[in-house]
Design a protein around this ligand. Structure first.
Ligand SMILES: Cc1cc2nc3c(=O)[nH]c(=O)nc-3n(C[C@H](O)[C@H](O)[C@H](O)COP(=O)(O)OP(=O)(O)OC[C@H]3O[C@@H](n4cnc5c(N)ncnc54)[C@H](O)[C@@H]3O)c2cc1C
Length: 386
């Protein structure tokens, strides 16, 4: 990509180079998500494990990356996500590191909370999780039922159930969203949890796509949350719960769009490699899919830059996520069609890409939810019609 600041261009070049290693392990991890432990020394995984660590906890060497160029963290995440997901999205999402929990810490965490989490991540490769979704209430986050019951001195007891939480069964630390008992919308809080604490139970769920992310069901039964693990306690109540969810998702949604683009590119390149003699209508279909990937990328970069500038990026990010997921599904299914009946059995990697594309559709809000957000933006005049 032209016009990148030098630091970002260097990071982009490194992750491009490392993507091939991820692809080599893709099917093994898809069969057995626990195989992730044998990939921890790959440069891409080491890079992700330390990506975006704040001052004081940075690593050194190429695997540390260049660090986000000032104010371009979303754009960096987009560049990294597309390249590494092009290598393999499952491997990328299986990586240890601060991940979504780190973005939440950036929005809500105090210095002591960041030190607690990043200090633990610096000891060895460790996973974190971000637990928002609940059974039967995935998209309806306002109806959350996990509960924080105050027990005096600012501490709480946490009860409830979370579902489809990436990496939770591997995680040492989690950020969990719950409602303070007896409160309404403003009563949602995020808290940090040590997964070794009594009452925290995580069981991996069987899934079809993005199996490396090892989606998990979490049961929370009387988990003690000391006052110092409540995120955003130093901020006004309006900036803690729902606001923080929106802020985190605005920052992350462009990179989820980029994951979808990475999967689409992987499938597109697979066709180029394995079906060299495309002619007529097949060639036209193939080229049209390529143009749609490029167009969705342009939209995703625009969204990332708008988020980084703090200018209405949320709506553009919704548009980019919806478009990129649609493209990823069309490209992966279109690629399978180009190989004819039996393609899913004869081309397991392509079959995996199609399952993974379906998985990204559900990450951070489905297309329906993104379209709903866009419609509300248009309806209220917050999104331009031009
Ligand atoms: C790979 C992956 C990783 C994930 N990681 C995490 C994680 O780390 N942490 C976390 O908290 N969650 C995570 N999730 C969960 C994800 O956020 C949810 O799957 C998502 O919010 C959708 O919720 P749901 O699956 O319950 O579907 P539902 O919300 O039940 O939706 C089911 C269907 O109904 C449609 N629908 C719902 N509401 C409306 C509406 N108002 N209008 C029109 N249509 C509607 C949806 O589009 C969808 O097609 C992950 C999911 C995946 C697939």
């Amino acid at each position: 990509m032209n016009g990148l600041p030098a630091g970002l261009a260097t990071t982009h070049a490194y992750v491009r180079r490392w993507a091939g290693d991820l692809r080599a392990g893709a099917l093994e991890l898809d069969r057995d998500p626990d195989a992730v432990h044998s990939f921890l020394d790959l440069p891409a995984i080491r890079f992700l494990a330390g990506h975006e660590t704040p001052p004081g906890w940075e690593r050194t060497g190429p695997e540390a990356g260049a660090g986000p160029a000032h104010g371009l963290a979303t754009l960096e995440r987009v560049l990294v996500s597309e390249e590494l997901a092009r290598g393999d999205a499952g491997m990328m999402l299986a990586s240890p590191g601060a991940s979504m929990c780190g973005v939440l810490l950036g929005v809500l965490g105090s210095q002591a909370q960041r030190d607690w989490v990043y200090g633990r991540l610096a000891e060895r490769p460790r996973w974190t999780c971000f637990a928002l979704t609940e059974p039967e209430r995935g998209s309806a986050i306002g109806e959350m039922t996990a509960t924080l019951t105050p027990v005096g001195d600012g501490s709480y007891v946490l009860d409830g159930e979370k579902r489809y939480i990436g990496n939770a069964a591997r995680a040492d630390v989690g950020a969990v969203f719950a409602r303070v008992a007896g409160t309404e919308r403003l009563g949602v809080l995020a808290v940090l949890v040590d997964t070794a604490d009594p009452g925290f139970k995580a069981e991996p769920l069987p899934t079809l796509g993005l199996r490396g992310a090892q989606l998990t069901r979490i049961t929370l039964e009387g988990v003690r949350v000391p006052a110092e693990r409540v995120l955003g306690a130093h901020l006004p109540p309006t900036r803690r719960g729902m606001w923080s969810i929106v802020a985190v998702f605005d920052r992350l949604r462009p990179s989820v769009a980029a994951i979808a683009l990475g999967i689409a590119r992987a499938a597109h390149e697979y066709v180029a490699e394995h079906r060299r003699s495309l002619r007529g209508a097949e060639r036209e279909t193939y080229e049209e899919l390529g143009r749609r990937i490029d167009a969705a990328r342009t939209l995703t970069y625009r969204a990332a830059r708008a988020v980084d500038r703090g200018r209405g990026g949320g709506y553009l990010a919704s548009a980019a996520k919806a478009r990129a997921c649609e493209v990823a599904e069309d490209v992966t299914l279109g690629a399978l069609r180009l190989f004819g009946p039996g393609a899913r059995l004869d081309h397991p990697l392509l079959d995996k890409y199609a399952r993974d594309a379906r998985g990204v559709e559900f990450m951070e809000g489905t297309r329906n939810i993104q379209k709903l957000a866009l419609f509300q933006g248009l309806h209220t005049g917050k999104v331009g019609r031009g």
